[in-house]
Each structure stands twice: as structure tokens, then as C-alpha cells.
Design a protein around this ligand. Structure first.
Ligand SMILES: NC(=O)c1ccc[n+]([C@@H]2O[C@H](COP(=O)([O-])OP(=O)(O)OC[C@H]3O[C@@H](n4cnc5c(N)ncnc54)[C@H](O)[C@@H]3O)[C@@H](O)[C@H]2O)c1
Length: 360
């Protein structure tokens, strides 16, 4: 098992460990006892995760006081009614200020439980046990929590850091292929931004990913890169924006297809491909790096196409409605060199349109 520390500069005493390993479920009780002062735990999970791992977690927590609260799986669970259900359950089991809420599942459960933890009794301890690749490399690290409204995704939430993250890589064995790919799109993103993450040691993640098959290294290094970024810019006032590489166009594709046609990972993979076209056509990167990046997307079978019945005009329209629009200008994180990115606001609309056309 490896231990990574997230050292937040902006909040004192808010450093936390990420434990990553295989078959660490049996140690979870011990890890929690050692690292938490809580006496009682409310475990928020979804039906899939509970049916696969509920018994294993129950056995691992033998001796601790805990209760499960189980939701339907899927994005629709991230709503205000379910926040209210978590608060009600917390009151019912008399969860106190020093107790903890545990998120046991993918990003949906992490965002939901995290937001409930941030608000119940003005904030109780929050522990993440992520079980999807996306949650392990992305959503469990960095403290963004929240829910969706009818009007849009992630519109209400809080920055609220966990006290620890416990990642058992064996949970990936039961993850459906399309969910694995959603996480892999984020992993590739880290390779494309590695140098800009300001880590002390540059590993050349891009080259590593061409042959790496072991999730231990992939998850560990992805978390290290995200931890480096969020430790320097917890609340996205600067550096953290680089984590949005591929997300501006990706979100536009997701939004204009009402989140129904593509998974998040598929949309992000297309968004990544598009920014490489924008960068090449804006002469920010050379042909060699452009081809290397597109080849990596192909190696991981993340080279998707948009069906013709989805209109390019609709994608462009939702691009200008994105949260990342600042003063009316669409902000793009763009590759500017191998594993390096920068933020731009004045990209020629024709270049953007051409890049989106390349996705058809
Ligand atoms: N907070 C952040 O920083 C952040 C970052 C990225 C994404 N997100 C959010 O994360 C959410 C997406 O997360 P996700 O992709 O993990 O989706 P998810 O939580 O819906 O999980 C995907 C599916 O996999 C199932 N599942 C979970 N673990 C499993 C396992 N080990 N084996 C088999 N099935 C399993 C779930 O039941 C679900 O059906 C979105 O709501 C997104 O907004 C948050």
C-alpha cells in the first residue's frame, strides 16, 4: 500500500492522506481507527456498490459503530432530496460533530456525501472510499463536492476536503468497461498536463502510459499530479483550471446531448482530441506531439466520433453557455508543448469550429 499526502497551502491543518493499494479492504477498519477521531460513521453508497462490496466493508469495519444509507446508482442521485435524506439519517442515528460521513462508491456518491458532510452540523468529518477509476484518480481528491439542479450539473456545492481517501484497486475488477474508460480519459488528461502540474519529479507519464498495465502506478501518479495542483490552488483561482483540459468542448458535447448519448469519459476524450486540433492549427504544438497525443487516445480506444444527427451549431451554442466562460469569452486550456498546457481566451472561432468538425 502506498500513502500520498495532500498538503493544502490555503487551509491550515487540512492535510490528508490518500491510501492506495490492492486488497486493502481488510485494513480499512484499522486505517480509519488510526486516522479518525469519529466514534460513529454514516456510510453513503449506491445499490451496485453495496451489493458488490457491502458485506466486505461490513466485515472490515467490525467493531466500529456504523450505518449504511443506500441510494439508486447514477447521476440522478445527485440531488437535493437525497442531501436531505442524508441529513435526516444523520439526525436519526444521532451523528455528532466529531463523527464522520463516508462516501463509498463512484463520483456521484462522493459528490453527494461530501456536500452533505460539508453542511450537516456545519461540517462533519468526511472520508472517501472511491470505487470507480474516475473517483480514484479525480473526484475523491481535491475537495469539490456538490449536486445537480434541473437547470444544470454541479450548480450547487462546496469545497470540502476529506480527512482521508482509501482506494482499494481491486474494486476496479468489477467496473464495467465503459466506466473504466471514463476514468482513463481523465488519466490521459494528466499525461497531457504533467509538466504544468508543478510536481517535483517529471516522470514522462505520456511514455509510461504507452506500455503501463498496472493500475497501482496509474492511480498513484494521477493522484500525485492532482494533489500537486490542488495543494497550490485549492479553490480554482488559478493553476487548478488546467485540470479542465478537454472539458470545455467535452462539457458542451455532453450538455447539448442532454447527458444521454455519451458517458462523461467519451465526451472528455473527444474534448481532448479537439484541443489538440486547436493547438496544432494555432501553431502552439508541432505535428510530432499532435500525432503522439492522438495515438495515445487510439491506444486506449478513446477515439470516438459524433454522429451526424448531432448538429455542430448546437455544440457551439452550448460552448458559449459553459460555466468556464469568463466575461463572455470561452476559456480554453490548450496544449502548448509536450505535457504542457496554458489558458487562452482569444482563440479564433473558425479554428474551434474546425476542431469540432474533426470529431465527426
Ligand atoms: N468532485 C470532483 O472533483 C469531480 C470530478 C469529476 C467528476 N465528478 C462527478 O463524478 C460523477 C461521475 O462519477 P463516476 O464516473 O464514478 O460515476 P458513478 O458514481 O455514477 O459510478 C458509475 C457506475 O459504476 C458503478 N460502480 C461504482 N463502483 C463500482 C465497482 N467497483 N464495480 C462495479 N460498478 C461500480 C456505480 O454504481 C455506477 O452505476 C459525476 O457526477 C461528476 O460530476 C466530480
Amino acid at each position: 500500500m502506498q500513502i500520498l499526502n495532500v498538503n493544502l497551502k490555503s487551509e491550515q491543518n487540512k492535510n490528508y492522506p490518500i491510501f492506495i493499494g490492492k486488497a486493502i479492504f481488510s485494513n480499512i477498519g484499522e486505517l480509519i481507527l488510526k486516522n479518525s477521531k469519529a466514534k460513529k460513521f454514516l456510510i453513503v453508497t449506491d445499490k451496485n456498490v453495496y451489493s458488490l462490496y457491502g458485506k466486505l466493508l461490513t466485515d472490515a469495519l467490525n467493531g466500529l459503530k456504523f450505518e449504511f444509507l443506500i441510494f439508486e446508482s447514477g447521476e440522478k442521485t445527485k440531488n437535493i432530496q437525497n442531501i436531505s435524506k442524508i441529513w435526516d439519517k444523520a439526525v436519526e442515528i444521532k451523528l455528532e460533530r466529531k463523527d464522520a460521513i463516508i462516501a463509498f462508491g463512484g463520483g456521484v456518491i462522493g459528490d453527494l456525501a461530501g456536500f452533505a458532510a460539508s453542511s450537516y452540523l456545519r461540517g462533519v468529518e468526511f472520508i472517501q472510499i472511491p470505487t470507480t477509476l474516475l473517483a480514484q484518480v479525480d473526484s475523491s481528491v481535491g475537495g469539490k463536492t456538490g449536486i445537480d439542479l434541473e437547470q444544470g450539473k454541479n450548480l450547487v456545492g462546496a469545497f470540502y476536503q476529506p480527512s482521508m481517501v482509501i482506494t482499494d484497486l481491486d474494486t476496479l475488477k468489477t467496473l464495467p468497461e465503459k466506466e473504466l474508460k471514463t476514468g482513463l480519459a481523465e488519466v490521459l488528461k494528466y499525461a497531457f498536463i504533467e509538466k504544468s502540474c508543478e510536481v517535483n519529479t517529471y516522470k514522462d507519464f505520456l511514455s509510461i502510459l504507452k506500455t503501463e498495465k498496472d493500475f497501482q502506478n496509474i492511480v498513484e501518479y494521477s493522484c500525485a499530479l492532482k494533489a500537486s495542483v490542488v495543494s497550490k490552488d485549492e479553490k480554482e483561482s488559478g493553476l487548478r483550471a488546467i485540470l479542465n483540459l478537454g472539458h470545455t468542448i467535452g462539457h458542451a458535447i455532453e450538455k447539448c446531448t442532454h447527458y444521454e448519448i455519451f458517458t462523461h469519459g467519451e465526451a472528455i476524450a473527444m474534448g481532448l482530441k479537439a484541443v489538440f486540433f486547436i493547438s496544432k492549427d494555432s501553431k502552439l504544438i508541432n505535428e510530432i506531439y499532435f500525432n503522439e497525443a492522438l495515438d495515445l487516445l487510439k491506444i486506449y480506444e478513446l477515439d470516438y466520433k459524433i454522429p451526424k444527427n448531432i448538429l455542430i451549431d448546437d455544440i457551439i451554442k452550448s460552448l458559449s453557455n459553459d460555466k468556464k466562460v469568463l466575461n463572455g469569452k470561452v476559456r480554453f486550456v490548450l496544449p502548448t508543448g509536450r505535457a504542457q498546457v496554458e489558458i487562452f481566451e482569444n482563440i479564433d472561432e473558425k479554428i474551434v469550429e474546425k476542431a469540432i468538425r474533426e470529431l465527426y
